[in-house]
Design a protein around this ligand. Structure first.
Ligand code: HEM
Length: 385
């Protein structure tokens, strides 16, 4: 196996039972593993809920102990969810506009140039984190320089290297967002904070608390996920130089290639829901108020949906992957992610002859009941032009 390969962690359980049970900090969870069942549950927000009393409970591992701010619109169910979504949708679609793409291309070209032919570049901290942070200034519509502060926080907003859930790191983000909201109140501009503070839903201005919930999610949701997607893509093209050449010769397949890489890596393994009324999934009785999880990573390897699911087929035509979720809560950051990866693939294929891996240490998500690779702790490469 190469360092860019990802196993199908859930194959046996998906094929045999379609579900897997485990304990998340004394909360029992039924993990739903088949594509069809996951789509059904994601669609049925009435019985599989994201809102509810316990803030942070639908995240796995649960964030109940480290967070008391509701992330919006992620932890809100319809009908309230729609008001937030309608407000945010246009702003989060800006990454597909021409002007935005031109600025993002410049950012990506610069990062590649900064690292070209260096002895080595540590991709996670010197490339992916930097790219994710600089690109986020475009999404928030704030000066590029602000990215330096986010880069200084390191790769994880809620996680340090030693512990899984780190309250101190979360506090850095919360205090920062509070202070930025205050700046935007006293000095409004054209940024996302100011846009939210001046917006209304059903004739009511958003509160500071609501703006904070949206901003925290914008920072947290698009950090590890994008960093892993970028790092894994670099590792993939390092090990598959012919694929990089193929993209250079056939840039029209880039959109398919991005969907395929996102399917194959599935940067976010799963997300939870709280069951409203007693139910039955995969012949298993599930009690009200217990937790299920929608395992996007398993859905994306479901043989009944994808031909040769364990192979990266860059020009795969039909690709109903669930990496960005499904239904009501599907990812608002998908346009940002897609634009970053599409431009990255284009620029890498144009500027690079090859990528040589010098050192690789995998980042394994370990929930005891399963271990799954999500990316790298360290990936040192040489970008050769
Ligand atoms: C590779 C990158 C990313 C992946 C794999 C990813 C994955 C996901 C998934 C699976 C969901 C659905 C969660 C659920 O159903 O409960 C989601 C929701 C969401 N994501 Fe992402 N995400 C990525 C990047 C981003 C970025 C860059 C942002 C913002 C800057 C973002 C913001 C959000 C938001 C706001 C939601 C909640 C939408 C709602 O509840 O209506 N994500 N994401």
């Amino acid at each position: 196996m190469g360092v860019s390969d990802f196993n199908d962690t859930f194959k046996e359980k998906r094929e045999n039972k379609g579900a897997q049970n485990f304990n998340d900090q004394n909360d029992s969870v039924t993990m739903v593993l088949r594509h069809k069942d996951i789509r059904k549950c994601a669609h049925n927000w009435k019985n599989y809920q994201s809102g509810g009393e316990e803030i942070g409970r639908i995240v796995i591992p649960s964030e109940e102990d480290i967070r008391d701010i509701r992330q919006i619109p992620f932890e809100v169910d319809p009908p309230e969810h729609k008001g937030y979504r309608d407000l945010l949708e246009t702003w989060f679609k800006r990454p597909i506009q021409n002007e935005y793409i031109i600025k993002l291309t410049k950012i990506i070209e610069n990062i590649i140039d900064e690292n070209l032919n260096k002895d080595y570049c540590e991709v996670v901290s010197e490339f992916a984190l930097v790219l994710q942070s600089r690109a986020l200034t475009l999404l928030l519509n704030i000066p590029l320089d602000e990215s330096k502060r986010w880069i200084s926080w390191g790769t994880h907003v809620f996680r340090s290297e030693e512990t899984n859930l780190d309250k101190n790191k979360a506090d850095i983000l919360y205090d920062y967002v509070d202070s930025q909201i205050d700046v935007a109140i006293s000095n409004p501009g054209n940024d996302l904070y100011s846009f939210l503070l001046s917006s209304e839903i059903n004739g009511k201005k958003l509160t500071k608390e609501e703006v904070k919930g949206i901003m925290i999610l914008t920072f947290a949701g698009g950090r590890d996920t994008i960093i892993n997607a970028i790092t894994n893509s670099v590792a993939y093209f390092a090990e598959h130089p012919k694929s990089l050449k193929y993209i250079k010769e056939k840039p029209e397949i880039i959109n398919n290639a991005v969907e395929e890489l996102i399917r194959y890596f599935t940067p976010l393994t799963q997300m939870g829901r709280v069951v409203k009324e007693d139910t039955n999934i995969c012949e298993q009785d599930i009690k009200a108020n217990s937790k299920i999880s929608l395992c996007w990573a398993s859905a994306n390897r479901d043989e009944s949906i994808f031909e040769e699911p364990n192979k990266v087929i860059l020009d795969r035509k039909v690709n109903p992957h669930l990496s960005f979720g499904f239904g009501t809560h599907n990812c608002l950051g998908a346009s940002q992610t897609r634009s970053i990866l599409r431009i990255l693939l284009k620029v890498m294929s144009e500027k690079l002859l090859s990528i040589e891996i010098k050192e690789a240490k995998e980042n394994i998500e370990d929930l005891k009941v399963f271990q799954r690779k999500v990316g790298f702790n360290t990936l040192k490469v040489q970008f050769k032009s």
